[in-house]
Design a protein. Structure first.
Length: 245
């Protein structure tokens, strides 16, 4: 799966030019473009994004204000600022962007930025115990949860429970949204009703007939494993040196 990317810019011509240039980088998966900060936030509430090209001068809110909000609620999203004025660079770097591009974007300068992006996401993928924080929809707002604290996620009826090492809470995100949101952090859809993090799995247990399997988590919790998922998960765990019983 490519790096899920969104462009936020109130200049449609600039968006079109950047779209054309990004087709040269196969690891970039451009999933959406918007012309306002509000539209960006509406999209982020329902979809997972890894990388944001963010214009600093968008009409309804400044790109810097939007970057501050994104870093507090969606801290896993990497940002590249784009602007027509180099003078904004000093303020922009306070938000720790991966890069800062000046319009009109020179293709060779973009290529340099893309090497930084590719290296960044390769390093992120190698992180074994993620300590990132993610904002999840809950009744009345958003709850920030540390990824490494999540033991498992369970769908029961219309409710989705996020069970952590400290407590549990109900999320308004769907299982499909959550699966997409946490995929890059090593979470696995082990069953129609369960998503589990590989770093909390201790072993896979089979019954004597090998017709059913369960996953044992670090807290002793037993989670069902779909029969057709056993071989795939076994390969993933053995690659990490985790015992298969």
């Amino acid at each position: 799966m490519g790096i899920r990317t969104m462009i936020v810019d109130d200049d449609q011509q600039a968006i079109d030019l950047l779209i054309t240039d990004l087709t040269s980088f196969p690891f970039i998966s451009l999933v959406h473009t918007v012309n306002s900060g509000k539209a960006a936030l509406d999209f982020l509430r329902n979809e997972k994004i890894d990388l944001l090209f963010l214009d600093i001068e968008i009409g309804d809110i400044t790109g810097l204000e939007l970057a501050g909000h994104i870093q507090s609620v969606y801290p896993h999203i990497a940002i590249i600022f784009v602007t027509g004025h180099a003078g904004f660079a000093l303020d922009g770097y306070d938000y720790r962007p991966l890069d800062f591009l000046i319009k009109p974007i020179n293709f060779f300068r973009l290529e340099k930025a893309m090497r930084v992006v590719e290296s960044y996401f390769q390093d992120t993928a190698r992180t074994t115990i993620p300590d990132h924080k993610i904002g999840m929809k809950v009744t009345g707002g958003i709850r920030i949860v540390t990824v490494s604290d999540i033991l498992f996620i369970e769908k029961s009826g219309r409710k989705t429970s996020i069970v952590t090492t400290n407590d549990s809470f109900l999320s308004g995100d769907s299982m499909k949204e959550i699966e997409s949101m946490f995929e890059m952090y090593g979470f696995y859809r082990a069953h129609q009703s369960f998503i589990v993090p590989l770093h909390h799995i201790v072993s896979i247990q089979s019954d004597p007939s090998a017709r059913s399997h369960t996953i044992e988590l670090s807290n002793g919790q037993q989670i069902p494993l779909s029969r057709n998922k056993y071989s795939e998960l076994q390969i993933l765990l053995e690659a990490q040196g985790i015992q298969i019983v």
